[in-house]
Design a protein around this ligand. Sequence first.
Ligand code: COA
Ligand code: MG
Length: 290
Amino acid sequence: MIRSYLFVPADSERKLAKGVESGADALILDLEDSVAADRKAGARQTALAYLRQYADAPGRPQLVVRVNALDTGLTDADLDAVVAGRPDAILLPKAEGGPAVTHLDAKLTAREALHGLPDGAIKILALATETAASLFLCGTYRGASPRLAGITWGAEDLSAELGAESNRDEAGRFTSPYWLARNLSLAAAAAARVPAIDTVYADFRNMDGLRAEAIEARRDGFTAKMAIHPAQVPVINDVFTPTPGMIATAQAIVAAFAADPSAGVVGIGGVMYDRPHLTRAQRLLARIRS
Ligand code: COA
Ligand code: MG
């Protein structure tokens, strides 16, 4: 079960060392926005060394690499460097729908063969809402690649594209274009049958704001959230860990339908549950087992 993804600039050995102690379920070694152009080459090598160092470490977090976007001309060199370290996944920024995922899939297939890795070993996560055009392609992820393992969204690059002054209001809540992006990413993930991962909360000293945003995300169907600072990780892990009450309810729903397979609806403790509730309960239990 992956609840938290912590971004770590891949040119910072200090932060890389801290990342692995953070308790994050996954680390995103960033080669993109948090690394200046003249440090990309060094960051690739640092990321590779890190992947190799932790490859066999027991209980290590998942290791994801965020490469540079397909239109930058940097993606191939990023992949040439890091695939040898067999990251668990590549996070594709500024992804424009299923075709972008298929494109990255082909790049990975070639490099896995070169390095003797099993075909499909490296998964893909897509950052699905960073360009204006990408919003119109959120419905195209399903079936794009068996590597696709999650969809997330971003508001910073999108606000630059839209020409916005800000993407949050005075109270710190996203303004309407970013709720649209968030909600499209949620639907994109559900349609593609992969987990939806909520975006970062940039105000990294504000734990109450982070918790509130994470709870809203969980309520709506996201199963994880990205972090930019280690202090955010415990809050995110806490919010996205199903409570004993949620687990017990899910088990009761599954048991009630199992006891009466022809039932379309059951009553438990004075509450009605029908087939959609069963689906939701099964999904929750599957997530805990993973
Ligand atoms: N991963 C691992 N360690 C991190 C970290 C991260 N994302 N962010 C901070 N730390 C470490 C710091 O190095 C520091 O450790 P140190 O005192 O041993 O050096 C400690 O946590 C406390 O950091 P703090 O002083 O509170 O913050 P900062 O001013 O050093 O860093 C940021 C603030 C925003 C620059 C930093 O959190 C960061 O780089 N975040 C990731 C940014 C990123 O990847 N963005 C792209 C995705 S949107
Ligand atoms: Mg960005």
